[in-house]
Design a protein. Structure first.
Length: 119
């Protein structure tokens, strides 16, 4: 089985999920659990840092689609950051840049959430 790990961080009202390894049909439930836990805790400002994400399958992409509506319904968002060119190409091929804000660096996404919180 492919190696996959999720780390969590919290700060300034934003919750960061760091993905490492291979996100596929076998590991997607771990990401589903992470998103569901955040929703249950009413944490809706989420950054997913993909710096160490080596691979994503359609099952992994499906997890993002499954939770974005609930997050946005609660005035939050999921912002994606630090993607390798290989991972970004998969998101781009399926039109994700039209649905999600994708940033080169996590600090850019964090600053966008701070701007929203001040408004």
């Amino acid at each position: 089985m492919a190696d996959f790990k999720i780390n969590h961080r919290e700060g300034e009202g934003v919750y960061v999920i760091e993905l490492k390894g291979y996100l596929d049909a076998h590991t997607a439930p771990e990401l589903e659990n992470a998103f569901q836990r955040l929703l249950n805790e009413k944490k809706f400002n989420i950054i997913v840092n993909c710096r160490e994400l080596a691979y994503i399958s359609s099952a992994g992409l499906g997890v993002f689609m499954a939770y974005i509506e609930d997050v946005r319904k609660n005035k939050g968002d999921i912002k994606l950051t630090n993607m390798s060119a290989k991972v970004y190409n998969v998101f781009d091929l399926l039109g994700f840049p039209l649905l999600y804000e994708i940033y080169k660096e996590e600090k850019e996404a964090l600053s966008k959430f701070k701007t929203i919180q001040k408004a």
